[in-house]
Design a protein. Structure first.
Lengths: 115, 117
């Protein structure tokens, strides 16, 4: 099931270091995965996505890795900046047998970047 | 990217009153919208699926008479918290689904901070 309702784990990094945020999911039927960034008092903001037929996708300073064997997703942020401080959520979608567009959210990770 | 506007961003109301939150897709039509609730330091919890022209589908444990959802047009869904109580205080977020060549993409509103006093 989804880890909704559990308190957030935290990750603290020094500015300039790389950050790795992890997420586990349980539904092997999930075919699409997204990482969101949520700043305090705001809605989730799309960062990067990946489909189940891929195991890696890169964006600007961010990389998402998908390991379907162990149902694990990670977000790597290169050269982390203070503006990256936020809560990061992974989300996934099950293509078949679900409401179109319904997302299942992970528990989230609070990233704090120290100058 | 597509824009979803949620209004109001903050609202304070007295216990026993009702509050309406609007979710608008500004540059696309959304047959489906979702409403989430988020407690501090926690993840988003899906409350209900809003379907244009039909009744909303509520998640288990969510009172449909308490949280009224209306999706009267392809660009607007509203969530009304009826007879609000302090325990209804929370952050409410909507998302609108845009369908197209990339499948179904979710776009989120800015959220509404509801405080019931």
């Amino acid at each position: 099931g989804e880890s909704v309702g559990l308190h957030l784990p935290t990750l603290s990094v020094q500015e300039g270091d790389n950050s790795i945020i992890n997420c586990a999911y349980s539904n092997s039927a999930s075919d699409y995965f997204i990482w969101y960034k949520q700043e305090s008092g705001k809605g989730p903001q799309f960062i990067i996505d990946i489909r189940s037929n891929m195991d890696k996708r890169q964006g600007q300073r961010v990389t998402v890795l998908l390991n379907k064997t162990v149902k694990h997703l990670s977000l790597q942020i290169a050269a982390t900046q203070p503006g990256d401080s936020a809560v990061y959520f992974c989300a996934h979608r099950q293509f078949r047998g679900s409401t179109l567009g319904r997302l299942y959210f992970g528990r989230g990770t609070q990233l704090t970047v120290w100058p | 990217g597509a824009v979803v506007s949620q209004h109001p961003s903050r609202v304070i109301c007295k216990s026993g009153t009702s509050v309406k939150i609007e979710c608008r897709s500004l540059d696309f039509q959304a047959t489906t919208m979702f409403w989430y609730r988020q407690f501090p330091k926690q993840s988003l919890m899906l409350m209900a699926t809003s379907n244009e022209g039909s009744k909303a589908t509520y998640e288990q444990g969510v009172e449909k008479d308490k949280f009224l959802i209306n999706h009267a047009s392809l660009t607007l869904s509203t969530l009304t918290v009826t007879s609000a109580h302090p325990e209804d205080s929370s952050f409410y977020i909507c998302s609108a689904i845009r369908t197209g060549g990339f499948g179904a993409e979710a776009f989120f509103g800015q959220g509404t901070r509801l405080t019931v006093v």
